[in-house]
Design a protein. Structure first.
Length: 135
């Protein structure tokens, strides 16, 4: 089975021409969270994977590549980051990038939800669901 580490360089390459800041932040994120295997390289029991605070889309892209049989939703509140993530080259068919207002309870109820560097308000908001916190 493919792992996040297998796709790491492919993911980095999706951000090469998005500007120096985006490229650096992407590389830094992949290096800092070298433990992505703890979250991505595991069995997913629900149909969907939801990433809250998706940023430029690195985490959701990794999840969608490793878990091809699951629908992955990347949710970002910062419009600039959201637009960059929407426009990466080669976006897998199982990856959908959304703004929060489109996210509904039906998706959330049948999902593993990953809160990436969440605020206390976000932890409270999603606490009724199957959440995993990545700090």
């Amino acid at each position: 089975a493919a792992t996040w580490n297998y796709f790491k360089d492919l993911v980095k390459s999706r951000y090469f021409y998005k500007g120096l800041i985006v490229e650096k932040e992407t590389s830094k994120l992949l290096n800092k969270y070298n433990c992505f295997k703890d979250w991505i390289d595991c069995t997913i029991n629900n149909n969907n994977i939801v990433i809250i605070n998706n940023g430029y889309g690195v985490i959701s892209l990794l999840f969608s590549l490793v878990h091809k049989n699951h629908k992955v939703f990347g949710i970002e509140y910062n419009m600039d980051k959201y637009l960059i993530s929407k426009n990466i080259s080669y976006k897998p068919k199982n990856l959908e990038l959304l703004s929060e207002d489109i996210l509904d309870d039906e998706i959330l109820a049948n999902s593993n939800i990953y809160l990436f560097r969440p605020t206390n308000e976000q932890i409270m908001k999603y606490s009724a669901y199957n959440i995993h916190i990545i700090k």
